[in-house]
Design a binder for this molecule. Sequence first.
Ligand SMILES: C=C(OP(=O)(O)O)C(=O)O
Ligand SMILES: [Mg+2]
Length: 429
Amino acid sequence: MSDTIDAVIGRRVWDSRGRPTVEVEIRTTSGAMGRAIAPAGASTGSGEALDRRDGGSAFAGLDVRGAVASVNGEIAEALKGRPVDDQAGIDRGLVELDGTGDKSRLGGNAIIATSMALAHAAAASAGLPLWRHLAGEGEPGPLPLPEIQILGGGAHAARRVDVQDFMVIAVGAPDYPTALDWTADVYRAAGRILADAGKLQGVADEGGFWPAFDSNEEALDCLLRAIEASGHAPGDDVAIALDIAASDFGTGGRYTLARDGREIDSDGLSEMLLGWLAKYPVVSIEDPLGEDDEEAFARFTKAAPAGVQVVGDDLVTTNAPRIAQCAALGAGNTALIKPNQIGTLSETHEALETALAKGWGAIVSARSGETEDVTIVHLGVGWGIPQLKVGSFTRSERMAKWNEGLRLAEQVPTGTALPPRTAYPWGRK
Ligand SMILES: C=C(OP(=O)(O)O)C(=O)O
Ligand SMILES: [Mg+2]
């Protein structure tokens, strides 16, 4: 007889932007416990599950008391007595109980925290680490390759520059711990360069430096110089990854650039970005065009140099049918996987499987509003997702995840090595 759910507790806790969010704790009759916290995005895609938010005065529209009440009321009532290992059945039940299609009645935040807490409780009940429980009978993947923000911009840094994330991927690192070492070298080098130039303005939402740059290109030049100054070979050892988050500065194929207010069309934006791909060692570019600009997204994907990863985030919002639709159009070749975009772990897994079945790559990702929750690292290992995106290499809500990866590196039976270089499209050696 499988262990059953005894109690579901919703709790109001805080995220890294100082906003309330939802924590869920699930206890079983055998005494097992699982706990998870919902993250929150700032540059959200329009297809995302909707958080339930409320509150007056300082928290107008930002509080989560209603979502917490959903957990302690309807959700707790529906889950009590159910087998803790029935993730698929319970996730389906949550979607049906909500009944809206966008999860707005119970709250996307209430539902994803419940769904993730359930996985933690089932793992604890079985006496397994979460990654092992998630892998089931299958072989867990190796540690995912880290994608880490060095400079922040866009909606996460008051639009000082258009591009939201200037990141690095240590493509030449032999293993996960070394990838973190090399990224730390680049982060420190960037800090020194910015401080010397008097361009430092603290850190953006995800902990990357928030520089006083006057153009996207100035940021790209700085990042390239930081890689060089760190002693690692740009492109071969440490490459650049960008999240343009273009939906944040354009709709209907018209884009407005932050510094000069200039408006450009889809072709103009594509041309600018393709120029960067030719000039800088960029191996991955996310949301280069807006979520409603699929045709241009497809043209860009085709025009991008071979081996460059073109990632859909706002474009596909971790939604399996949408990933299939974009794959058919040729818009993108890699899906960003954010569990709270779709709202349950089962639907997240379906999105991942759809992406992989279409020949796409996949990156499991944190949100700009985060907490100490480390569930996504276990998804990366348990489900064999090849890459992991978690903002910067500072701020503890980010370090909780990178450090959890180091712990898992001691446990994953396939060892700590990244998949063979040839498994990655950007292999350059
Ligand atoms: C992590 C991101 O930011 P947010 O959580 O604000 O969507 C992103 O756009 O990839
Ligand atoms: Mg993004």
